[in-house]
Design a protein around this ligand. Structure first.
Ligand code: F6P
Length: 533
């Protein structure tokens, strides 16, 4: 049940000797190395994968036990062993007739009841029957961090064309600048604050929530009435002053970074309405169904994971750029950073043994075309190879600006083409001939040479609807899952964030001047002394 990394190395060594452009001499390359399902197309033809390496990789993924692990996850088994928890974010979108048990009890009635309560609150906010002291809510402030922020923040922006509810703002950073800059725009009497924290202990969120309440208390008689909590801990939310009827709970089998499908998505639901939210859930559900049922050779999450493993563990490319040619997906790279790097950024296998190679690449990105005018220089000519994942819709939401969209598409395709094709030194020489000669010509030509042969994949879809967004996010969730299984890790804990939290708690009195710097390393002590106010 282990993945054969030696075989992967062997395949990758052979792959790296190939030219991607040459592989296209097989006229069917695109048809052979792309897959689609229900409106989503994954093109992985612009990679070094061949028939042989793909089929070997797919059988290796199969032998690593991915299907059994997947089935265990969907069945509610406690696959998050270090925390003794099931992993059932898929239950949040499982639909009205699903039955899913944890410890012998069907969890779905409660999931459905919570969704219905969210829909009722959504309707009340949008219709104004639940209003602030100054009238119907004009603004929602979601206070949360990590998984309690990135999902809804990303999705609210992604689904802007469907946004017909109050404005939404997201405050995450404990830096007071974040909260202050948002609150100064708002009327407290018409603002609803959503405190989103699974644990309801996260220091950033608790600090921001307390400051937001103090801000509201200056002009609103009963600020708690304009607060809602999204948390697994009803008790802590109540202790903060938010009554149970406005607390939307979820179980410990929903990981923070997988939580936008339930209560943590409340700001999104209020923004776009319960029906659109439900469409997003349907899209994710469709991807779940596909992941569970499609043969691996056609299974989009498995194929995307295969490409990820090929580039990162096989070819040794340390980072992966995600470039949505979709301005509204501007926060997707940040969302995926948490999803992938908090899930798989680990050094130890489930067995406790050290991993032989990193399980997660560094994930980063920005929307195209902006990135083209910033870091694409390195993508094309830098010494390191960065596999790119492009996302692009066939159609925008602005028919009156369809020519913009055509430009966007042309740019997206041009980038993957340029990465693959490059430009030879001879071509570069021809370009500069006539303007330069001799050594100067040679030097000028070298600057204009592109090695090419740089891999990318493209995820294309018709239009960024709620349904498509649900599919895309679930696609990435399952890709991360497959990569985690192959690497033998638990993708659902995050012990790596704990140490910094503990040390911050210990340093707080030092920074506040209530404790001395004695015993600290001289760097930390020196900086703390300098930064004390
Ligand atoms: O610090 C990491 C983390 O635990 C994430 O996994 C989580 O999404 C985030 O903090 C926020 O946690 P909470 O929702 O409990 O405030």
């Amino acid at each position: 049940m282990t993945f054969d990394f030696d075989k992967l190395d062997e395949l990758a060594r052979a792959g790296s000797r190939l030219k991607i452009g040459k592989l296209f001499e097989n006229g069917n390359r695109f048809a052979d190395f792309s897959a689609s399902d229900d409106g989503i197309l994954l093109d992985f033809s612009k990679t070094h994968l061949t028939e042989e390496s793909r089929s070997a990789l797919l059988s290796m993924i199969d032998r690593a036990g991915v299907a059994a692990a997947r089935d265990a996850m969907f069945a509610g088994e406690k696959i998050n062993r270090t925390e003794g928890r099931a992993v059932l974010h898929t239950a949040l979108r499982a639909g009205s007739d699903a039955v899913i048990s944890v410890d012998g009890a069907d969890v779905m009635p409660e999931v459905r009841q919570t969704l219905a309560r969210m829909a009722a609150l959504t309707e009340a906010v949008r219709s104004g029957t639940y209003a602030g002291q100054g009238g119907a809510f004009t603004d929602i402030v979601n206070i949360g961090i990590g998984g309690s922020d990135l999902g809804p923040a990303m999705a609210v922006q992604a689904l802007a064309p469907y946004h017909d509810g109050p404005r939404c703002h997201f405050v995450s950073n404990v830096d007071g600048a974040h909260l202050a800059d948002v609150l100064k725009l708002l009327d407290p009497a018409r603002t609803l604050v959503i405190v989103a924290s699974k644990t309801f202990t996260t220091i950033e969120t608790m600090t921001n929530a307390a400051s937001a309440r103090a801000w509201m208390a200056k002009s609103v008689n009963d600020p708690a009435r304009q607060f809602v909590a999204l948390s697994s801990s009803v008790e802590r939310a109540e202790a903060f002053g938010i009554p149970a009827e406005r607390v939307f709970g979820f179980e410990d089998w929903v990981g923070g970074r997988y939580s936008m499908w339930g209560p943590i998505g409340l700001s999104l639901m209020i923004a776009i309405g319960a029906d659109c939210f439900d469409e997003m859930l349907s899209g994710a559900r469709a991807m779940d169904h596909h992941f569970r049922n499609a043969p691996f050779a056609e299974n989009l999450p498995v194929l995307l994971a295969m490409v990820g493993l090929w580039h990162h563990q096989g070819m040794g490319h340390a980072t992966r750029a995600v470039i949505p040619y979709d301005q509204r997906l501007a926060r997707l790279p940040a969302y995926l950073q948490q999803l992938e790097m908090e899930s798989n950024g680990k050094g130890v296998a489930m067995s406790g043994a050290s991993l032989e190679r990193p399980a997660s690449p560094v994930v980063w990105g920005e929307p195209g075309t902006n990135g083209q005018h910033a870091f694409f220089q390195l993508l094309h000519q830098g010494q390191q190879v960065v596999p790119v994942e492009f996302l692009i819709a066939a159609e925008g939401h602005e028919p009156e600006m369809a020519h913009h969209h055509r430009l966007l598409v042309a740019n997206c395709l041009a980038q993957s083409q340029a990465l693959m094709k490059g430009r030879s030194l001879d071509e570069a020489r021809r370009i500069v001939a006539g303007r330069f000669e001799g050594e100067e010509l040679e030097m000028q030509a070298r600057q204009r040479e592109f090695t090419g042969n740089r891999p990318s994949v493209t995820i294309a879809y018709d239009k960024l609807t709620p349904y498509r967004l649900g599919q895309i996010v679930a696609l990435y969730e399952h890709r991360v899952f497959v990569e985690g299984v192959v690497c033998g890790i638990n993708s659902f804990d995050q012990w790596g964030v704990e140490l910094g939290k503990e040390l911050a708690t210990a340093l707080q009195p030092v920074v506040e001047g209530r404790a001395s710097t004695e015993g600290l390393d001289s760097s930390t002590a020196g900086l703390a002394s300098y930064l004390r106010t």
